[in-house]
Ligand binder design. Structure first.
Ligand code: ATP
Ligand code: MG
Length: 521
């Protein structure tokens, strides 16, 4: 069915698109408008940088160009001085660090979009949870907090409350929980043969402590031990610009933990919570402070409990005011919970397949989430888009939708294939951040302190003053009993009802961060 070339108000396609996706200094170029098989090189499609903190979704069937779209948008953001964070599950994105190859296809694609292909490498920092494929990203157990850790360990409410108790006890006793060994040491002491008096804390069932210990072992077996400890990652390192003013693209290489979605999804929530805490509030600005991309975002949600889903929804809503945009990249919008989807103001929908009745249903559902358009038959368009083509829909400044537009996407200017091993090794060797974070530091913490205390007569002596923080490092500090009690109470009963009933700051601190910590950085 041919769609008409004018909308009911008589506005032509050309006028509508030019008005909805205008060029300008505060925009990034996605590609050129296309309709009924024609690419309009003179009708560019721009996204407004100022609206990227309204978040976004890049969706489409496998192989349709989602990751290349992400790569292209990341490049444009970097060029505009905006730092970018990419969660890279398949190791697809390291090519951003090298110039692209000027193949005939790519040169022609750029030309068809009204531009010239200029191979360009971008400033990239590689990060890794295991430390194998980038600067190791670590957090202390205390920084991570009992509530998020409970999720990483897949604990039920009762078990989570015991974990909260262990944190509180360690906090009260001035026993810093830096790595998993510290947590294990405190736990085994509290559940051991000669435990301290825990009547003030409500007691601790040995069987539950046993479950916690087993879960810790499982988490360690997943390679998480290296993640907890010091030197801790400072999220401000994600906000850097290169000496030439371009935004640094931080790529978190997750290919080696791909089979452990719980580990990295909790980590990503921690990262967002940290950013939320660290960054001052700021209203809408001409460009975002940082844009996050979660490629293969279904991994975030596949296995997520209702509670984690609620948290993601809250973070997505709140973090916008800190100038951070979040883009989810996944096969179908159905992979993203409706409440999150409802907050994504920028949509790039690549082709969908409609082979089976179920596909057809999904297609209809996707179409129904787009604003009405007089210019496209969306059901047909979405099933006939070629690779690297998409239907784009954004919300304008006022929140009103801009007209839906078909778009032939620009090719990325960086390399579409990953770096080879030698290139990767060179990139890592050249990174001051990687060398700064490479060697773990094992300063005195709960495990060592307990060993000393228990060695002297088997019972804990009153807590000594907390050790001096390592220079420049964060120091989990004891905090007020009230805050900890709130956390424990939250863990004990209706954790997430508690969490969702409080306003933003409190929610993030209480649920995602650790209410027991004070910050020194
Ligand atoms: N904008 C583009 N410019 C040039 N080539 C592109 C573009 N988009 C996609 N391609 C081509 O299509 C291939 C597949 O694209 P991409 O890896 O982005 O797909 P995907 O949707 O992320 O797939 P998957 O779901 O398997 O991750 C690329 O390797 C590239 O050859
Ligand atoms: Mg992909």
């Amino acid at each position: 069915m041919a769609a008409s070339s004018a909308n009911p108000s008589g506005e032509s396609f050309r006028e509508a698109i030019a008005a909805g996706y205008p060029a300008g200094p505060g925009t990034l170029l996605l590609g050129a408008a296309q309709r009924e098989g024609t690419v309009h090189a003179d009708l560019p499609v721009h996204l407004a940088l100022s609206l990227l903190n309204r978040h976004g979704l890049v969706a489409g069937a496998t192989g349709t160009g989602k990751t290349k779209t992400l790569q292209g948008v990341a490049e444009k953001l970097s060029a505009a001085g905006v730092p970018v964070f990419l969660a890279d599950l398949k190791g697809d994105l390291s090519g951003l660090a090298a110039p692209g190859e000027a193949s005939d296809k790519v040169v022609e694609r750029a030309r068809a979009c009204g531009t010239t292909f200029v191979p360009t490498a971008y400033p990239v920092e590689f990060l890794s949870l295991t430390g194998r494929h980038g600067a190791p990203v670590r957090a202390t157990v205390a920084d991570f907090g009992p509530l998020l850790l409970a999720k990483a360990l897949d604990l039920n409410d009762t078990q989570a409350s015991v974990l909260a108790l262990v944190f509180k006890y360690a906090d009260d006793q001035g026993l810093p929980l830096l790595d998993l060994a510290d947590l294990r040491a405190v736990l085994s002491w509290l559940a051991g043969d000669d435990p301290p008096d825990l009547s003030d804390y409500g007691g601790l069932a040995r069987s539950t402590a046993g479950v916690l210990a087993r879960r810790l072992t499982e988490l360690e077996a997943q390679g998480a031990a290296g993640f907890f400890g010091e030197p801790a990652f400072d999220v401000k390192d994600l906000l850097r610009t290169a000496p030439d003013g371009r935004g640094v693209i931080s790529i978190l290489e997750l290919a080696d933990v791909q089979d452990r979605p719980r580990l990295f999804s909790t980590f990503l929530m921690w990262l967002l919570a940290e950013l939320y805490e660290e960054l001052p509030e700021r209203g809408d600005q001409d460009k975002p402070r940082l844009v996050f991309f979660f490629d293969e975002a279904h991994f975030l949600f596949d296995d997520a409990s209702k509670a984690l889903e609620e948290q993601i929804t809250h973070v997505v809503r709140l973090i916008r005011s800190k100038g951070i945009g979040i883009f989810f990249v996944t096969q179908t919008p159905k992979d993203v919970p409706a409440d999150v989807l409802g907050q994504l103001g920028n949509r790039v929908q690549h082709a969908l397949r409609a082979y089976t009745p179920d596909d057809a249903k999904k297609l209809k559902a996707t179409v129904s989430t787009f604003p009405r358009t007089p210019f496209y038959d969306l059901e047909e368009a979405l099933t006939t888009l070629g690779i690297g083509e998409a239907i784009v829909a954004v919300l304008g400044e006022t929140g009103a939708p801009a007209p839906v537009v078909g778009c032939r996407m620009l090719p990325p200017a960086s390399r579409m294939a990953p770096l080879d091993e030698a290139e990767f090794a060179r990139a890592l060797a050249a990174s001051p951040l990687a060398s700064r974070l490479a060697a773990p530091v094992d300063r005195e913490s709960a495990r060592e302190m307990l060993a000393v205390r228990l060695g002297k007569g088997g019972a804990p002596v009153p807590a000594p003053a907390a050790p001096a923080p390592a220079p420049g490092k964060s120091q989990p500090a004891p905090s007020t009993g009230g805050q900890v009690a709130a956390a424990a109470a939250a863990a004990l009963g209706g954790l997430f009802r508690f969490a969702t009933s409080r306003e933003g700051q409190r929610l993030i601190r209480g649920v995602l961060g650790n209410p027991t910590r004070a910050r020194s950085r």
